[in-house]
Design a protein around this ligand. Structure first.
Ligand SMILES: Cc1cc2nc3c(=O)[nH]c(=O)nc-3n(C[C@H](O)[C@H](O)[C@H](O)COP(=O)(O)O)c2cc1C
Length: 368
């Protein structure tokens, strides 16, 4: 692809690096501290936030849901992911994300969780393609109208508390005011179908929408996380996307373990890049090419990184209402994978309540 100034950041990365490697969005996992640590040590090109529910952003009395969108400039390009089923809320949350200064807005059309998909959101949208397209249009309209001057204050379902919380966040994370000439891209992450491969009927609904990117997890909604991600279907989907919408970046996803496997998928399936999710738990180095990965493992102590992660978690959320250390514990367990005496160390780490306690445990076992 020839490089030109009209390219969006997806296309620029593809042109510069040959492929795009991204940290997949993961609810309950890819919060701000996890993304910071992953990006610092894994140096992947893109990170996605956990998904946040647009109905929740607009209707909830609490502003806690905005924590899903926390980011700083070091995480750019940052893609915020949202889910839901109500176009008018998608439009207003798109305006909110523009105001926050994210680089991309991704719409989740892949979540199989019954609490999401059985209500018609996430992968449930594969059943209602007209609504799926309406939602994409709503987000694109929100972005467009914001770039033409629409104010967050003019969005009827965004409360004054939400606007105040957003301003506080921008201050906390040192985010400058967003430039209305820099519109966030709009993309979709989805699955191959409800019970079977439906890409031939489903994907054209997306490729006609002028999306910057489409990410495809090679499982159906019914499969949830069972079986294997079907990369043959992903390869077939590449052809559909490239034929119908050649400027749309297309990423494959599912069961990829490291940089080399991702590169092989790009070669074998023709995708522009790959999202890696679960393989990165406690292992930010999986995004590095093998030589750099070996060097990383020679020169870094993963437990020092675990402690850095715990400290960042505490610094970020320690002062927030309803703060607790619980969500950090699973990460600590993941950092012990493949370590001698892992069971004992893990059992202590998953009972820790602060970064200070984590440091004590790691010191006691002479791990830092
Ligand atoms: C704990 C967990 C939470 C997830 N949350 C999201 C999410 O918020 N949005 C999304 O699009 N996908 C979500 N996913 C799906 C992943 O992004 C990814 O598509 C899936 O795990 C397959 O990729 P992998 O085999 O590399 O993990 C989640 C997956 C896991 C395991």
């Amino acid at each position: 692809m020839a490089y030109n100034t009209h390219m969006n950041f997806w296309q620029k990365i593809k042109a510069e690096k040959g492929m795009i490697l991204a940290l997949s969005p993961m609810d309950g996992v890819s919060d701000y501290p996890f993304r910071s640590i992953s990006k610092k040590y894994g140096q992947m090109e893109l990170v996605f936030t956990e998904f946040a529910n647009v109905e929740g952003v607009c209707l909830s009395k609490s502003t806690q849901i905005l924590n899903h969108f926390d980011f700083d400039n070091a995480q750019r390009p940052l893609i915020a992911q949202i889910f839901g089923k109500t176009p008018k809320y998608f439009k207003q949350v798109a305006v909110l994300l523009c105001e926050m200064g994210v680089d991309g807005i991704d719409i989740n059309m892949g979540c199989p969780a019954p609490t999401v998909s059985s209500h018609g959101s996430g992968a449930g949208l594969i059943r209602t393609p007209d609504l799926a397209r309406e939602i994409i249009k709503a987000v694109q309209t929100g972005v467009q109208e914001w770039s033409e001057g629409l104010l967050l204050e003019d969005c009827e379902d965004i409360s004054t508390q939400t606007i105040a919380a957003l301003r506080d966040k921008k201050k906390f994370f040192a985010l400058e005011d967003a430039d209305r000439k820099r519109q966030p891209t709009v993309s979709v992450k989805t699955r191959i179908g409800i019970a079977d491969d439906e890409i031939e009927s489903w994907l054209p609904n997306l490729t006609q929408m002028n999306l910057a990117a489409i990410s495809l997890h090679g499982r159906t909604l019914k499969q949830s996380y069972s079986g294997r991600s079907n990369w043959e279907v992903i390869a077939k989907a590449t052809a559909i996307v490239k034929q119908n919408s050649p400027n749309t970046i297309f990423l494959g996803n599912g069961d990829v373990l490291d940089y080399e496997e991702a590169k092989q998928k790009v070669i074998d399936c023709g995708v522009d890049g790959v999202l890696i999710g679960r393989a990165s738990f406690g292992r930010p180095f999986v995004f590095l090419p093998s030589k750099q990965r070996e060097e990383f493992l020679r020169t870094h102590n993963l437990f020092a990184i675990a402690l850095e992660h715990a400290k960042l978690y505490e610094e970020t959320y320690g002062q927030k209402e309803r703060y607790n250390f619980l969500p950090m514990r699973k990460h600590l367990a993941w950092y012990t994978k493949g370590v001698e005496q892992a069971a004992l160390i893990r059992s202590e780490l998953v009972r820790s309540n602060s970064a200070t306690e984590v440091a004590e445990i790691l010191k006691k076992h002479q791990l830092i």
